[in-house]
Design a protein around this ligand. Structure first.
Ligand SMILES: Cc1cc2nc3c(=O)[nH]c(=O)nc-3n(C[C@H](O)[C@H](O)[C@H](O)COP(=O)(O)OP(=O)(O)OC[C@H]3O[C@@H](n4cnc5c(N)ncnc54)[C@H](O)[C@@H]3O)c2cc1C
Length: 302
């Protein structure tokens, strides 16, 4: 099938995008076209106007200040995957990016498109929820900031308003200093370029990586494709905090994750299997995070 007829608009500034969004009825934003094109070709979406963001260079950036890193909505998966700055400050993001589909999707797809699509299996949504990321949403009336865990409301339904665009995302860096933090993004995939069955996004900060048994000060766990939104499991985080990582604590956290998730069964993975895998992948991802945290100082050349 082919998409229904539409008018293509190619603005080159955010101001122009917002004016078009205000003026046009039935308009949709177009980013990397890795998801929208398929949806339109199947006529599941029939917008009369497409507002193409590919000429809006000001939306493609990676910035960092003392408190946060900020990534513009039109930053491609490939750029995130290869960013030294992100690798240093929030390594979970490049690790999440490098596991998205194959090179052609990663060359075109954007972080803004992924968050706009809000698929609960998406890599960045889980990473942002785990790291308490913030979405910067802009309309003609100004900008508002929405924490990632408030943005995803229900299955592919978000807090984004019709007149808004996602301008950027920011991730606070203060909770996870690079010299005593480890992060991991771990996916179970049936085949290399498919969507994941389940993914786990985890981070651990320890008190002192040089101690004999470094204590977990802060732990974060979020799952993708394990509920109708990216799911953070705070009670599983809590059992890890205040002591060195132990088999017992990991087992308890894993069980709490399995109990918390509410995945939909799929053709190749029924609900029970996904519940179990969510617990197991959270556990493995946490082990990797801890391992990375206790060697973080060496890795960062301190
Ligand atoms: C074979 C295949 C496998 C994939 N596997 C994975 C995977 O494992 N993990 C994963 O995370 N993703 C996966 N994806 C999805 C991929 O990450 C897409 O690139 C992404 O979901 C959509 O990004 P896009 O830039 O192409 O957006 P588009 O397809 O252009 O747009 C998607 C939606 O977002 C909206 N949108 C775009 N930009 C903005 C903005 N700035 N503000 C507000 N709304 C906006 C659009 O209006 C549209 O509704 C896969 C895709 C394919 C085709």
């Amino acid at each position: 099938m082919k998409p229904a007829p539409f008018t293509h608009h190619r603005p080159d500034s955010v101001e122009e995008v917002l004016t078009l969004l205000d003026d046009l009825e039935e308009a949709e934003l177009l980013a990397g076209n890795q998801s929208l094109g398929i949806v339109m070709a199947n006529r599941l979406a029939t917008p009369e106007h497409l507002i193409d963001l590919n000429g809006v260079d000001e939306l493609a950036f990676i910035d960092e200040d003392d408190d946060a890193v900020r990534v513009g909505a039109m930053t491609r998966h490939r750029t995130i995957e290869r960013s030294d700055r992100l690798e240093e400050a929030v390594p979970m993001l490049p690790e999440a990016a490098e596991q998205i589909a194959g090179p052609s999707v990663r060359n075109q797809g954007t972080i803004g498109g992924s968050i706009g699509e809000a698929d609960p299996a998406g890599n960045y949504p889980a990473a942002l929820v785990a790291l308490e990321g913030v979405l910067h949403l802009r309309s003609a009336d100004g900008t508002r900031e929405v924490p990632a865990d408030e943005y995803f409301i229900a299955y592919m339904f978000t807090d984004l308003r019709e007149e808004e665009i996602i301008e950027s995302v920011s991730i606070p860096t203060e909770p996870f200093p690079t010299d005593r933090t480890g992060m991991a993004f771990l996916e179970l995939k049936r085949a290399a370029q498919t969507w994941p069955t389940v993914s786990a996004a985890t981070a651990i900060r320890v008190d002192d990586p040089n101690a004999d048994d470094p204590v977990v000060e802060d732990a974060r766990i979020a799952l993708a494709n394990a509920a109708d939104i990216p799911l953070r499991v705070e009670d599983a985080e809590a059992v890890l905090e205040g002591e060195p990582l132990s088999e017992e604590a990991l087992a308890e956290a894993s069980e709490l994750v399995t109990a918390a998730v509410t995945p939909e069964g799929e053709m190749h993975a029924d609900r029970e299997y996904k519940e179990e895998v969510a617990g197991e992948y959270a556990k493995r991802s946490l082990e990797t995070s801890y391992e990375r945290a206790v060697t973080a100082e060496q890795a960062n050349g301190a």
